[in-house]
Design a protein around this ligand. Structure first.
Ligand SMILES: [Zn+2]
Length: 170
């Protein structure tokens, strides 16, 4: 894979160690995905799920209440976000997929890892994120920001945020 960027966990440290009780699954086949989705209740299916693409390129899913970091035991990921599926004639397909993860704050550039993970499973999906979230760390105060309406200003301290994604480990 040519997209070598790994995303390290940047969220609150107390969540990193929290592993117990998460109903997460590593999805390797379309049949496994269908099985896991069939076990969700109706209320869960109307909301997107939490997903990560682990360093092995595999897709892992959990209910939306789950923090991304617990899906991979605190490890780095290739991508993270939220994903929603719908049942069509031929099976489940992806209707919504975003890079919404405040735990990893991934750049929308992580899409290829998501597309490849879904291709590997054999589930139909959009060609890119259906919604892209722009994350920036404030160079002045360290706050994790979501940039909205092209306003590159820190919500915490009003400092200017950089044009480029800047959560890379130093
Ligand atoms: Zn700031």
């Amino acid at each position: 894979m040519q997209h070598a960027r790994r995303y390290g966990y940047v969220g609150p440290p107390e969540l990193r160690g929290r592993m117990a009780g998460v109903d997460a699954v590593a999805v390797e086949t379309a049949a496994a995905l269908a099985r896991w989705l069939a076990e969700r209740d109706r209320g869960e299916l109307v909301e997107p799920f939490t997903f990560v693409v682990a360093l092995d390129g595999g897709l892992r899913l959990a209910s939306r209440r789950s923090e991304h970091v617990v899906l991979v035991g605190g490890h780095d990921v290739l991508a993270a976000g939220e994903i929603a599926f719908a049942l069509a004639g031929s099976g489940w397909h992806v209707v919504e997929v975003t890079n919404q993860s405040t735990g990893y704050c991934p750049d929308p550039d992580c899409w290829p890892a998501v597309g490849e993970a879904l291709d590997r499973i054999g589930v139909r999906h959009p060609d890119d994120f259906t919604d892209k979230v722009t994350f920036r760390r404030c160079p002045a105060c360290g706050e994790r920001n979501v940039v909205r309406d092209d306003d590159f200003t820190c919500a915490q301290c009003d400092s200017a945020l950089p044009a480029q994604w800047n959560f890379a480990p130093n």
